[in-house]
Design a protein around this ligand. Structure first.
Ligand code: PRP
Ligand code: MN
Ligand code: MG
Length: 181
């Protein structure tokens, strides 16, 4: 395994943990959707790496599309305002949509996205999130596929950033407080 980056306090999920769990999620999604084709929607930028690994473990016909939404900017807290920075290229109407997200925190991003996509008349809409923080605020979001529950700490790596950095770490770890305090 790679040496831990100096800005990381501790590793929560190693490269091996991630590979094993993402593979399980892909196989579960495949088993649950026999005979269907999927429109897999990744939420840029954080979910790009998860999406890339997830789809390689799904053996169904599928299309990949991307939407860019941002609520955090460069801060460590959600701004509370969700903005669409890039819309989908494909039509959602009549499709089985699977949203691939890296992390469900306050739930603001996903609840906005699901409302937005539901208004475009998909055949179905489901969520696969790699990580979910256990907080009361997002209790009402229905995630069919969850990779790991994670602690309420500021985490980075495997797509997750702080001020656009650390997305390329192959593991997920807790960022040292000294980096952002
Ligand atoms: C992060 C993360 C999720 C969202 C989760 O995205 O990738 O999309 O926040 O937080 P929430 O449940 O509180 O909405 P961010 O807005 O930082 O954009 P990014 O994906 O480009 O990093
Ligand atoms: Mn994101
Ligand atoms: Mg971010």
């Amino acid at each position: 395994m790679q040496v831990m980056h100096e800005d990381i306090d501790k590793i929560l999920f190693t490269e091996d943990d991630l590979r094993a769990r993402v593979s399980e999620m892909g196989h579960q999604i495949t088993a649950d959707h026999q005979g269907e084709s999927l429109l897999v929607v990744s939420v840029l930028r954080g979910a790009a790496i998860f999406m890339a690994d997830l789809v390689r473990n799904i053996t169904l016909p599928l299309e990949m599309d991307y939407m860019a939404i941002s609520s955090y900017g460069n801060g460590v807290k959600s701004s509370g305002i969700v903005r669409i920075l890039k819309d989908l290229s494909s039509s959602v109407e009549g499709r089985h949509v699977l949203i691939a997200e890296d992390i469900l925190d306050s739930g603001l991003t996903l609840s906005y996205l699901m409302r937005n996509l539901e208004s475009r008349n998909p055949a179905s809409i489901e969520v696969a999130t790699l990580l979910r923080k256990k907080t009361r605020a997002q209790a009402d979001i229905d995630c069919r596929y969850v990779g790991f529950e994670c602690p309420d700490e500021f985490i980075v790596g495997y797509g997750l950033d702080y001020a656009e950095r650390y997305r390329n770490l192959p593991y997920i770890g807790v960022l040292k407080k000294s980096v952002y305090c």
